[in-house]
Design a protein around this ligand. Structure first.
Ligand code: UGY
Ligand code: MN
Length: 261
């Protein structure tokens, strides 16, 4: 929180194809199925995004979740969760993974379209969660995916673009049953994306650690830990890390589907 007498100058930018949203600018929301939780709505269709992303802080002993959405057309809502801090458990709604999965910082889960999700914070510790939800896009002849549970510490860091100073972790398998990717980039200070990329896929990006400079649209902008960035289709984008520690960010990308006309 800033001192009360400070100026309110902000790095916040909202443009048709991107938004840079530092965390300090989000008022709290409350959600009926997350009683007691502090919710920040990072991205939504109202911004231009094809998905919804939340930052949810559950108090110690708190519970929340999403009910099964009951759609029979294969276009149910899929849910990705990533734990920023704290501990607790996650229970999936149906199928053969209906058990309880421990949650700790770095744990993640992707639940298939339509499934219920139930999360509990440990009695003695709160839980801070990034949650992304989107409508699943079925594809003819392709089986929808089964639930994925993991921990980022168990996902290999692969050298990306022939640069050992840029490492990519692919949390969700790169298979056609999945219509999204969730990846973590780690860049050593001074390194980043080697080009300005421009592509049809959109991103919901949460800055996990460090700081750097992001190119969005046609401007370079400073970014740091806890910033959220939405990049819409064809938003020119690039990045390099600055500061004393490696920069890490978790990002969503819609993939593997034909573009509707
Ligand atoms: O996968 C990507 O599109 C990634 N290279 N984009 C990004 O980090 N902004
Ligand atoms: Mn990209």
């Amino acid at each position: 929180m800033r001192p009360v007498a400070s100026l309110v100058h902000s790095r916040t930018r909202v443009r048709p194809r991107y938004a840079l949203l530092p965390l300090e600018g989000f008022p709290d929301s409350r959600l009926p199925t997350w009683p007691g939780a502090r919710v920040r709505v990072l991205a939504s269709p109202a911004l231009g995004a094809g998905f919804v992303q939340y930052l949810i802080d559950l108090p110690a002993g708190g519970r929340g979740g999403f009910p099964a959405d009951g759609r029979g057309d294969g276009r149910g809502t899929e849910t990705f969760c990533y734990v920023l801090s704290g501990s607790g458990t996650l229970a999936g709604g149906s199928g053969d993974y209906g058990g309880r999965h421990p949650l700790a910082a770095g744990a993640f889960a992707l639940l298939p379209p339509g499934d219920a999700v139930a999360v509990s914070a440990a009695p003695d510790a709160g839980l801070s969660l990034l949650v992304l939800r989107k409508r699943y896009e079925p594809a003819a002849g392709v089986e929808p995916f089964a639930a994925v549970f993991g921990h980022e510490a168990d996902v290999p860091r692969q050298v990306w673009a022939d640069n050992p100073h840029s490492l990519l972790q692919t949390l969700v398998p790169d298979e056609l049953g999945f219509d999204l990717a969730m990846n973590i980039f780690t860049f050593s200070p001074g390194f980043g994306l080697p080009v300005v990329e421009t592509h049809v896929m959109e991103h919901g990006l949460y800055f996990l650690q460090g700081k750097g400079v992001y190119y969005l649209g046609d401007d370079w902008m400073e970014v740091e830990q806890d910033d959220f960035v939405w990049m819409g289709p064809y938003c020119p984008q690039s990045f390099y890390a600055t500061g004393p520690v490696p920069s890490r960010y978790l990002y969503y990308k819609n993939v593997n589907r034909e573009i509707e006309v």
